[in-house]
Design a protein around this ligand. Structure first.
Ligand code: ZN
Length: 258
């Protein structure tokens, strides 16, 4: 029997094999490496062993956010890696988190990180802080990540590494029968519970993450036109840039070696 005949006879089997191989390749492409495996170091990329670009005077992207530039690919990628790690861990241990502030806005408006955002904002219930701390400490062993928690300031931060201080901020929210409360920089936001729960999943690059049910929080924090316009203003300039087209920060997808 010739090869062609074999293929013809086993057409369905070959199709199944081909499809599963394609699926496997796709899944492989989507998996991001953890920080413990680090980005292949291109010149000027920050890594777990270096300072973050923003604070590294030797890096060409030094003080990028102060100078009004968008996040370099390395920094945005590391932030996304941290977020994927947190999402995986919380799902695995059945804990709840939600995206808030700029990260939630990025999910709704950019379908990813806001290009000029420099951290990730999540919230967890103040009743679960100790459980979350315990859970994260358990899974951090094989990573470069560094967890810091300040109960008095009600803040928990997960850093990319002891040296590279890119991070996720975890705000502690509280709720009563009708409202969800979360501290902002200046004031505490009081949001009706039905605008937060049940949490909804939003696509952020090619994976989905938990965030509030409606965009009420975004309107309260950033105004009614938050989805149409963004006012980008930088520390050392009076220039206010108005942005009306929204794309996510560029990130690098890394292939995982199984
Ligand atoms: Zn960087």
């Amino acid at each position: 029997m010739g090869v062609k005949e074999i293929i013809k006879k086993n057409k369905t089997l070959f199709q199944i094999l081909r499809l599963s191989y394609q699926k496997y390749l796709k899944a492989k492409k989507l998996v991001l490496i953890g920080a413990n495996k680090c980005l292949p170091l291109k010149k000027d990329n920050c890594s777990a062993e270096t300072l973050r670009c923003e604070s590294d005077i030797k890096n060409k992207n030094y003080a990028y956010s102060l100078l009004g530039k968008n996040s370099p690919v390395c920094c945005a990628t590391h932030l996304y890696e941290l977020l994927c790690f947190v999402d995986d861990t919380f799902r695995k241990y059945n804990e709840e988190y939600l995206m808030v502030y700029g990260t939630f806005l990025g999910a709704v408006r950019h379908k990813g990180l806001i290009p000029w955002d420099t951290d990730i904002d999540l919230a967890i219930s103040e009743d679960r802080v100790q459980e979350v701390e315990y859970m994260l400490k358990k899974v951090l062993d094989n990573t470069t990540y560094d967890l810091e928690i300040d109960y008095s300031k009600k803040l928990m931060r997960l850093f990319f590494s002891k040296k590279n201080r890119l991070h996720i901020d975890f705000y502690f929210y509280r709720k009563d029968e009708n409202y969800f409360y979360i501290d902002g920089n200046v004031l505490t936001y009081k949001i009706p519970l039905e605008d937060i729960f049940p949490l909804k999943e939003y696509f952020f690059y090619d994976k989905s993450f938990f965030a509030p049910q409606t965009i009420k929080m975004l309107i309260m924090c950033y105004g009614n036109d938050v989805l149409e316009k963004s006012y980008k203003q930088w520390s050392f300039s009076d220039k206010k840039e108005i942005i009306t087209e929204f794309i996510p920060a560029e990130i690098e997808r890394i292939k995982l070696s199984f």
